[in-house]
Design a protein around this ligand. Structure first.
Ligand code: ASP
Ligand code: MG
Length: 401
C-alpha cells in the first residue's frame, strides 16, 4: 500500500464528463489499496474569468486581499464537484479547502509562499480511509486571511503535500501526455522523454515549455519529490522528473524558443571603469530582470552594451537607462523586440565538448544569423530574428535528434 498524491489541472476537470473521468482514475488507485490525496485546480478558464470579473469592477487594481478571496472560489467549486462525483461512484471522500488541509502561507497576497503544512487533518482523513480532495493554489496567512500561490500554483500545492506527507508518488495529470524534446505541435520529430532532471525541467519551463509550474519543480528538487507528468485523458506512462537520470544516446534533452524577449542596446558609452556596474545597478533598482549581456570591445574610447529583458519590462528598462543620462553619456539607445531566444538544454553537455559548435553549425547551414550567445552548464541560448525562431528550433532539434 502506498500514499499517492495526484494533481489534476483545470482542463482535466473542465466539465461533468471530465470530472467523472478523474473520479474513476482516483477510485482505481484507491481500490488497489492505496491512500490517495488529490489536488485540483479551478475548472477550465475559471480563474481567468474571475480575474475578468474583478476588472469589470475595478480595472486598475482591486486589492490583492480581495483578489485572493475571489480566486480561491474557483478551486472551491472544483473540489466540491469532484467529491460529489466520487460519492456518486460509491467511494468515501472528503473535500478540503487549502486552510482545512493545513496550508499556512506568508502574507504576500496573490503570490504567497507556503510556510508549512499542518498535516494533522490530512492524516486523520487518510486514517479514516477517505479519499481526500484538496483545493490547489490556496492557503491561509497568519491573519487568517485566504491567500493564493500565484498562477499555476496547484502544482506546488501537490508537491508540498507529497513532501510533507512523505508520499510514495506525486503524479501531475495534464492534457499532454508528458514532457517533449520540443513543442510537438510545431516541431516534427519531437520526442516524449521518459525522464528528465529537475534542472533541465526548470530550464525548459523558463523557456516557455509550460508543463509544470517552476516553483513546484524547485520545491520538488528541494525535497527530492519524484514527479510524474502524465495525461488524464490517455492511459499511458508519462515523463518522470527527478534528480539524476540515465543519459540516453542524445546529449540534449530539448530545444525551445522564447519570443517574450526584447534586446536593449546602449551605443557609444564611454570606455571607462564602472559603466557596466552603474548601468546594471540601475536596472536592478528598477527590478528589471536582465538575461543575456553583450559588451563590445572598446574602440575609439567608446563601447556598446546590449542586454535582453522580458518583453513586458522593456519600457521599464529604457526608462532606467534614460534616468542615467546625467551619470554617463551614450550616443544611442535602441530597443529591438522582434527577436527570439532559442535554446537547447541538456545535463549531458556539461561533460561533452562540441555541443555548442553543433548547434551553431545547424543555424549556419540554415542561414540563420546569431546576434548574441549565452551559456550555462546545461543550456546554450542564441538570440536571433523572431521571424526565424520556429525554423531555428526545428533545424537545431533535427541536428541532435
Ligand atoms: N487555477 C489557478 C490558475 O489558473 C491555479 C492552477 O491552475 O494551478 O492559475
Ligand atoms: Mg488553471
Amino acid at each position: 500500500m502506498s500514499l499517492i498524491v495526484k494533481k489534476f489541472g483545470g482542463s482535466s476537470v473542465a466539465n461533468a464528463e471530465r470530472i467523472f473521468n478523474v473520479a474513476k482514475i482516483i477510485i482505481d488507485d484507491y481500490k488497489k489499496g492505496n491512500d490517495v490525496i488529490t489536488v485540483v485546480s479551478a475548472q477550465g478558464d475559471t480563474t481567468d474569468d474571475l480575474i475578468a470579473k474583478a476588472h469589470e469592477i475595478n480595472a486598475e487594481n482591486p486589492s490583492k486581499r480581495e483578489m485572493d478571496m475571489l480566486l480561491t472560489a474557483g478551486e472551491q467549486i472544483s473540489v466540491a464537484l469532484l467529491s460529489m462525483a466520487i460519492e456518486k461512484l460509491g467511494a468515501p471522500v472528503v473535500s478540503l479547502l487549502g486552510w482545512q488541509a493545513g496550508f499556512e502561507t506568508d502574507t504576500n497576497h496573490t503570490i504567497a509562499r507556503i510556510k508549512k503544512i499542518n498535516t494533522e487533518r490530512l492524516q486523520n482523513e487518510i486514517n479514516k480511509k477517505k479519499i481526500v480532495i484538496v483545493a490547489g493554489f490556496q492557503g491561509i496567512n497568519k491573519y487568517d486571511d485566504l491567500t493564493t500561490l500565484g498562477r499555476g500554483g496547484s502544482d506546488t500545492s501537490a508537491v508540498a503535500i507529497a513532501a510533507s506527507m512523505k508520499a510514495d508518488k506525486c503524479q501531475i495529470y495534464t492534457d499532454v501526455d508528458g514532457v517533449y524534446s520540443a513543442d510537438p505541435r510545431k516541431v516534427t520529430g519531437a520526442q516524449k522523454m521518459k525522464e528528465i532532471t529537475y534542472d533541465e525541467m526548470l530550464e525548459l519551463a523558463a523557456l516557455g515549455a509550460q508543463v509544470l509550474n517552476n516553483r513546484s519543480v524547485e520545491m520538488a528538487k528541494k525535497y527530492n519529490v519524484e514527479l510524474e507528468v502524465l495525461s488524464s485523458l490517455e492511459k499511458k506512462s508519462g515523463t518522470i522528473v527527478k534528480e539524476k537520470v540515465k543519459m540516453e544516446k542524445t546529449l540534449i534533452r530539448g530545444a525551445a524558443k522564447d519570443e517574450n524577449v526584447a534586446c536593449i542596446s546602449v551605443v557609444g558609452l564611454k570606455d571607462s571603469p564602472g559603466v557596466a556596474f552603474k548601468l546594471f545597478n540601475k536596472l536592478a533598482q528598477h527590478k528589471v530582470n536582465v538575461d543575456m549581456i553583450l559588451q563590445s570591445v572598446g574602440r575609439d574610447l567608446t563601447k556598446d552594451i546590449s542586454f535582453t529583458v522580458p518583453l513586458d519590462q522593456a519600457n521599464e528598462a529604457l526608462e532606467a537607462v534614460k534616468s542615467l543620462s546625467d551619470t554617463f553619456e551614450y550616443k544611442d539607445l535602441i530597443k529591438n523586440d522582434s527577436i527570439a531566444k532559442v535554446s537547447i538544454v541538456g545535463a549531458g553537455m556539461e561533460s561533452h565538448p562540441g555541443v555548442a559548435s553543433k548547434m551553431f553549425e545547424a543555424l549556419y547551414d540554415a542561414g540563420i544569423n546569431i546576434k548574441m550567445i549565452s551559456t550555462s552548464e546545461i543550456k546554450i541560448s542564441v538570440l536571433i530574428d523572431q521571424k526565424e525562431a520556429d525554423r531555428a528550433v526545428q533545424v537545431v532539434h533535427d541536428k541532435f535528434f
